[in-house]
Design a protein around this ligand. Sequence first.
Ligand code: S3P
Length: 435
Amino acid sequence: MSSLKDIICKKIKNGLKGEIIIPPDKSISHRSLIFGSQTGGKIKISNFSFGADCRATLEIIKALGCEVNFIDKRTLILNSPKEFCAPSKALDCGNSGTSMRLLAGMLAAQNFKSMLIGDESLSKRPMKRVIEPLSLMGAKIKSNNFKAPLEIEGINLNPIEYFSPIASAQVKSCILLAGLNTNGITTVYEKTLSRDHSERMFKYLEAQIETGQDKNGFYTKIQKSKLAPKDIEIAGDISSAAFFMVMAAIVPDSKIIIKNVGLNPTRTGILDVFDKMNVNYKILDKKIISNEEVGDIKVSYSPNMIGCEISGEIIPRLIDELPIIAVLASCAEGETTVKDAQDLRNKESDRISALSEGLKKIGVEIEEKQDGFIINGNKKELIGGCEVETHLDHRLAMSYFVAGLVCKNDVKIKDFNWINTSFPEFLNLFNKISP
Ligand code: S3P
């Protein structure tokens, strides 16, 4: 990121009003390139996310021999070769864990060497979770004590049956991408279902894949297959929409419509939390695009919000929304408890500790726990009047911005530009609906 800048967030005087179109889903955008690059044909990808994370994946597939031409800002034509070429330099995933973990699976099954590197935050994040299953498939990967850089020597892999110890879509997708290029049936089991964008896209591109549930949990089986070169349209990102959904719920007199939001049930945990907390919202105009559900979400100011418990199977369905849900809980009446979310410590920052530190400064009663946190909402006005650190984490930056809108005193957010990793349009969209 070139220029990191601090911003001051002020209490908003009037409600938010109007309509916005939420930018494309980051998870699906990464997958459209990674899966599309293996079709050996020409496809059109519409509504592509141009945040820094997805651009990292884009540069990597270009380094592997794909041609990418933008028709406009959000539409591109991807022309993929019959076979990838060996990259001539290290492949830089920037801040993006999805790029590194998914590409590790794809590259482990190619017949060349490659090296995946990342920025300061990504180089601290755990990669054992993908190195371990790939090594069981016979992959040769050198790392810095199970962290990036990853040096991958591509090889013919063996299929495995793997019981994932964590509900992680990145781990599942990594193994499935390795399995796609491996003879035999590769199976991944999860106890709790993580986001299933990969399974949906593999099905859409006609891979030999089967999903289901048995006594061992949720399974996905994949076999070596040729992917069909079909155009892909990307849904809007519910994780980006979440910041605006919470804004409308906590700023008095707000009413907004967020258009084209991805409503894949493995991502809509936040809506279940809205139901429990009495947030006023409605889903309008549901439809399916490229095997993913989308719809519009109308949210209005919710003066009767109450705290709730968030734990168990719902966690992977809202893992990225927990920082902004913490802000929502701070404005509700009573206690909100988040449990079973220890993997939040392995995201772009240790989100449990960083969030507790930041929200405490803002005046929230928050208690840090090993696997989550407890917030005592008490419906009191947040005090603000402080400076908070972003910890190289886009979602913390945007969560503090939303909290700042309802604080009595200004909140200074340091290095706010980290939002560019996922949501460069954030402030423009905010200006569209702010009075
Ligand atoms: C992602 C999966 C989640 C999520 C991340 C994107 C994906 O991570 O937190 O932002 O695109 O597969 P885990 O699968 O590691 O939980």
